[in-house]
Design a protein around this ligand. Sequence first.
Ligand code: BTN
Length: 267
Amino acid sequence: MEHRSIEEEACLPHKHISLLGKEIYLYRELTSTNSVARQMAVSGAAEGTIVMSRSQSAGRGRMRREWHCPPGKGLLLSMILRPQISVQFVPQLTLLTAVVVAETIKIVTGCAAGIKWPNDIFINDKKVCGILAESSFSKSNFEYIIIGLGINVNLGIHHLPSDCQKTSTSLSLELGENVSRVKLLKQFIISWDEHIRGFVKAGHPYLRDKWIKNNVTLGENVIVNKDDSCLHGLAVDISENGGLIVRLADGSLQEFLAKDVSIRKRF
Ligand code: BTN
């Protein structure tokens, strides 16, 4: 594989290591780990290849938002997947990633991390991690999926953008001490390998069970923003499409897909 063709990058990989069976490319700085992982996927990188960076100059979030994290303070990584599944099941992989991240944080820090649908990780009602999945497919076949995640690990309150200080947190803020990014990475790989095996073997029932055990959304009154409308309801389940099933005021059940809506908790 030829990484020198990644023209958008300012620097070459800082280091290439193999860890727990995964090929990992570590950078000091790049634009976005998702962008570099995508380039590597196009060049034929193997399933499970991970791109990590200490910092990103153009980190991306969902809904065209930006993702900021000071150098070395977060776990910023993207993993290349080439699953043999049909297009409609891809959202389940992001839900599965959320399960893996929530479990990783619980095991490494003991913090009660919970999933807010679709795939944000919260501790004490504040966001600590976001997940961004980007895929490429032709007809109904997948070429690759890039799963990117950004965990706020050792950020102080002053590192968080001012408009996020009430709504976001970091592991060190919650724990009162710094957390090892290497420990998090290793546990992420161990948990990923366990849960992807379970998901490939048993499908949606496996995912649903794990997601429900780790979520903080079901049973909440939520406000769903879709196009220009704003719907109120009770979050009751997740679907095989990775959608959120909401019981609306008239008693009907409606499925919402992550690409169409954003949700807020109704207090
Ligand atoms: C969100 O909450 O909106 C998703 C944020 C995802 C951020 C991560 S950081 C590593 C990877 N590279 C990116 O450019 N984005 C994801």
